[in-house]
Ligand binder design. Structure first.
Ligand SMILES: [Zn+2]
Length: 182
């Protein structure tokens, strides 16, 4: 990637724009003046709320859009809203494109307050005590029209963090913590 920085600024910008036009994932370093937009669609299965939102545009994250995302991903037991990790939003955006499904991402579980997580962990072996859900870094999802095992396989291929497969409950867990699978 260092080769990118050795060229002229003009060349750098051209490369950045080409990357966007081709739909190649943005590199991890900050790219100035990059053009484009990232939109997400959500359907919260517990509250039946829906959200269509452009959360990133021309190189920056939109605060107002992110707070709408934080709201729809809130702990629906306690009502607690938490700032969700933007890397998780980028993961969802890329995942949705890779599975080529433009229908809403169905939210089974987003943010969980430590209290809610403890309550759920006491009922189910599938809930970790120190879950990334309590850090705004995890989400459990499904997508209408895409088989669950496809979401699972694509998420594993992306290698962005933890991926858990729950076919009995019909959801895939993804998080932006360390690389793990279960
Ligand atoms: Zn989960």
């Amino acid at each position: 990637m260092t080769a990118l920085f050795n060229g002229t600024r003009r060349r750098f910008l051209q490369l950045g724009l080409t990357a966007v036009a081709c739909g190649i994932a943005t590199p991890a370093f900050a790219v100035p003046h990059i053009k484009g937009a990232r939109t997400l669609d959500f359907h919260n299965l517990h509250t039946d709320e829906r959200l269509h939102v452009t959360y990133w545009k021309d190189g920056s994250y939109d605060r107002a859009a992110l707070s709408k995302i934080n709201r729809i991903l809130r702990d629906h037991y306690s009502g607690d809203v938490y700032p969700m990790n933007v890397r998780l939003m980028d993961l969802l955006y890329d995942l949705q494109h890779r599975v080529k499904n433009d229908r809403p991402i169905e939210i089974v579980s987003g943010y969980r307050s430590p209290k809610t997580n403890m309550m759920l962990a006491s009922y189910s072996d599938g809930v970790a005590k120190n879950s990334y859900h309590t850090k705004g870094m995890a989400i459990d999802i499904r997508m209408h029209g895409t088989p669950l095992n496809k979401i699972h396989n694509v998420a594993l291929d992306m290698r962005r963090g933890g991926v858990g497969y729950y076919p009995d409950s019909q959801f895939v867990h993804v998080d932006v913590g360390p690389l793990r699978r279960w």
